[in-house]
Write a protein that binds this ligand. Structure first.
Ligand code: PLP
Length: 456
């Protein structure tokens, strides 16, 4: 690609910007896609070309890119009180309203909500809460947190440690102590020949128990899981998985943390992924669709026993010394509250349930194509995994960049998708209509056809 001209946004970007999750060297020549506007499920680039945002941005813009009510909610909140904090017992009415609303929707009874600004901050906070909780219970050895290979929980020091993807650890000197990873529950990739999903789930649960016993149950504090693994490639749990895993956690008094940052707020066809997969968490983390991504906000809900232990500890120390300048920001809280009202008024969960079969049928309609290994998903989230050999599931050589090639062709054809290795993710705004779904998959079909030709 030609280097962009001198004073263009692209060249100014190259001169000034350090990009997230980007090949920095390649970016110096390729430059950015400059996004200027949005309308419904579409975004526009600086030349006015429209793209279907097949990933709702980063799995987050659930109400699309032009929801006026969220704009109005932000403006009204800015006028009323543009900023206040939650340190030293301060609060705002809008923050309390949001906390009440979240607790009233929780999949299991929860006691309190802690606010942060991103999924990473929320998960980082969770690590500290788990440690604080066990110190409060005078169990100083019970500190290990088990996460899963291919799980994604963020990029701060502790949350990147929870993340189970090699690039998030490599050369960042992570993971930190007391965070370790167990099996990825991907049946298609890691199931043995002839092994049923149930049998696979039993094997993983057995492995989990063996690991807990090897570490010493008195040293294992918590297990963290996304209901559906998102950034790891949209990996659904095998049948029976969470039931078996939770039985083991219970046996050894280990907390269950549900990372609902992607799955929360209707994505899987229920309000929470926990409801879709029978998870009963002690701690629940959410972000992204909490505000339809219009402003940064995340939340951690904790159970009453955890709260009670924390109260005792903070009384002993004199303070619960944790919190961010922007925890419970009143403008973000107002936008989140309005988002939750819209979900209710428009029955967004009902809409997802009504339209999900169409999306899932589309995804599975590509199963017979030569490059397609697994078609998976539920609700309005899914993925198509491309493979070198359909029979053996052998992946392509990563250096070929097959997934990235397809995503690039899709982008040229007016569709933004995400390649996670060679798994192509679909996670459109929840407001997508049936006709828009058809158009999204027609564009995907064309990009897949171009990829087939390229590899032929
Ligand atoms: N947890 C999950 C499940 C996520 O998908 C993400 C981001 O994609 C995070 C946590 C981190 O959130 P953030 O990027 O807001 O820090």
């Amino acid at each position: 690609m030609q280097r962009p001209p001198g004073n263009s946004i692209a060249s100014r970007d190259i001169a000034t910007y350090l990009h997230s999750y980007t090949n920095l060297k390649k970016h110096e020549t390729d430059g950015p896609l400059v996004v200027n506007g949005g309308r419904g499920i579409y975004i526009q680039d600086e030349a006015g070309k429209e793209y279907i945002e097949g990933m709702a941005g980063l799995w987050c813009a659930s109400l699309g890119f032009s929801e006026e009510r969220l704009v109005e909610a932000a403006i009204a909140a800015l006028r009323r009180l543009p900023y206040y904090h939650t340190f030293g017992g301060k609060t705002t009415e809008i923050g309390v309203d949001l906390a009440e609303k979240l607790l009233s929707t929780a999949p299991v009874p929860m006691s309190k909500v802690f606010f942060a600004n991103s999924g990473s901050e929320a998960n980082d906070s969770v690590v500290k809460l788990v440690w604080y909780y066990n110190n409060a219970l005078e169990r100083p050895a019970k500190k290990k947190i088990l996460a899963r290979t291919k799980g994604y929980h963020g990029v701060t020091v502790a949350s990147a440690s929870l993340t189970g993807l090699p690039n998030n650890h490599r050369d960042f000197d992570l993971p930190i102590a007391n965070i370790m990873h167990v099996d990825c529950p991907h049946h298609y990739r890691f199931g043995e020949p002839g092994e049923s999903e149930e049998a696979f789930a039993t094997r993983l649960a057995d492995n989990l128990e063996k690991r807990i016993l090897a570490e010493g149950p008195e040293t294992v504090a918590a297990f963290i899981a996304e209901p559906i693994m998102g950034a790891g490639g949209v990996i659904l749990p095998p049948a029976g998985y969470f039931e078996k895993v939770q039985a083991i956690l219970k046996k050894y008094d280990i907390l269950m943390i549900a990372d609902e940052v992607i799955c929360g707020f209707g994505r899987t066809g229920n309000m929470w992924g926990c409801q879709t997969f029978g998870i009963k968490p002690d701690i629940l983390v959410c972000a992204k669709a909490l505000s339809s991504a219009y402003l940064p906000i995340s939340a951690v809900m904790i159970s009453e026993p955890i709260y009670q232990a924390m109260v005792r500890q903070s009384e002993k120390i004199g303070v619960f010394a944790h919190g961010f300048t922007y925890s419970g920001h009143p403008v973000s809280s107002a936008v989140a509250l309005e988002t939750l009202k819209i979900y209710e008024e428009r029955d967004i969960v009902g809409h997802v349930q009504a339209i999900a079969p169409k999306m899932q049928k589309w995804i599975r309609s590509f199963a017979d194509r030569p490059l397609v290994g697994e078609c998976r998903g539920t609700g309005l989230i899914g993925a198509i995994e491309l493979v070198a050999d359909k029979a053996t599931h052998a992946p392509f050589d990563a250096k070929l960049g097959v997934g990235a090639y397809l995503a690039q062709r899709a982008q040229e054809g007016g569709l933004i998708l995400r390649a996670m290795g060679d798994s192509i993710g679909f996670c459109p705004p929840l407001i997508i209509t049936g006709d828009e779904l058809d158009e999204m998959f027609r564009r995907f079909d064309k990009a897949l056809g171009e990829t087939e030709k390229w590899l032929a």
